[in-house]
Design a protein around this ligand. Sequence first.
Ligand code: BTN
Length: 224
Amino acid sequence: MIVRLHQTASTMKDAAALAHEGKPHGTAVIADIQTAGIGRHGHAWHSDDLGGLYISIILRLEIAPTLTLALGLAVQRALNDLAQVSTDLRWPNDVMLNERKVAGILVQAAEGALIAGIGLNVNQSAFPPDLAEIATSLKIETGSEHPKDALADRIIAESLRYVALTKQEILSRFERNSTWPKGKAVEVDGHIRGTTAGLDENGFLLVRTPEKLETIIAGGVRTL
Ligand code: BTN
């Protein structure tokens, strides 16, 4: 079931309410505008532009770090096929287009389920000054508008397909489809500096520093 809303506070909250009612795995909520979009690390997610696509999906699965990697792969697959763009996946879960973020992913536990939130920048023509350097949209990069409904349907279908893969399949696909896990000079949360050295068996990022091999469980990883 897909619930399509024009405006809401956050589709994460709507999906959590549906999970509370007992709605099954795969139930999704889509909105054109969010008045209180939630991003990672307590940040807001810019959601007041009709050009954005805001999706939340109920997942009745065990929490695993590979889930967010699987969702990134799903968004990448949908964008490659429907918008013919080539995206990179910045570990753990940012979808990048020409070095700027085109989609963000957030997984939260709520009401005995997991809620996968996906924010995709589709038809925005511009971003506020604080985001302009780091965010982009399909329209900005391709020069044309893209149908949001078709993208939403495909992203939901691919998400359900990718989260059902084994951990090993998710890890190997992520390592193939992202430039981030191996050989990239990075800084993590402004303090750890080193070169990426693969993913461990849980999907955590290994970073070789001059002192040791660090396992990065979460955090903002940026190029040096
Ligand atoms: C990030 O910070 O990169 C993750 C952003 C996730 C935003 C999406 S938009 C749909 C869903 N509803 C929300 O309020 N947040 C997520």
